[in-house]
Design a protein. Structure first.
Length: 140
């Protein structure tokens, strides 16, 4: 085998490994997150009713020129739509970068339990009965 063939194969192997590798980093944990305006005054959340879901927002960098910046709000919205919920609990945020030969892909990944609030039914408040006025007994 010629020396140039070995160099070409080695270079192609390194480029293939770089193209297939990705770097992922955990950047945050949130207990409760939503992008919706909701009044939670008379609602409660039941974590057993939710489904674990994932959302992501990705952007490309081509020849060093970014096509945009990944947005956390878009990733949360994607997770809420996927999980059919209005709030995420036990949410984990990760950033993933996948380098390729002439481009790179950068993503924000959000994973959590999507829930819909449950309306609480307050028990009716019993009206306080007013004490009856005592009847005065007249002695004759």
């Amino acid at each position: 085998m010629k020396r140039t063939d070995r160099i070409v194969r080695f270079t192609c192997g390194i480029l293939a490994i770089m193209g297939l590798s990705a770097c992922q980093q955990r950047v945050g944990d949130l207990t409760f997150v939503s992008t919706k305006n909701i009044d939670f005054t008379d609602f409660r959340l039941d974590s057993k009713m939710g489904t674990r879901t994932q959302g992501k927002d990705c952007k490309w960098v081509i020849l060093g020129v970014p096509t945009g910046v990944p947005n956390l709000k878009d990733a949360v919205d994607d997770a809420l739509v996927t999980g059919n919920g209005v709030v995420l609990i036990d949410e984990v945020t990760r950033v993933e970068t996948t380098p390729m030969i002439i481009a790179a892909k950068s993503c924000i990944i959000v994973e959590g339990t999507a829930l819909n609030p449950i309306k609480t039914i307050a028990p009716p408040v019993a009206a306080k009965a007013e004490p009856e006025p005592e009847k005065s007994r007249r002695r004759r």
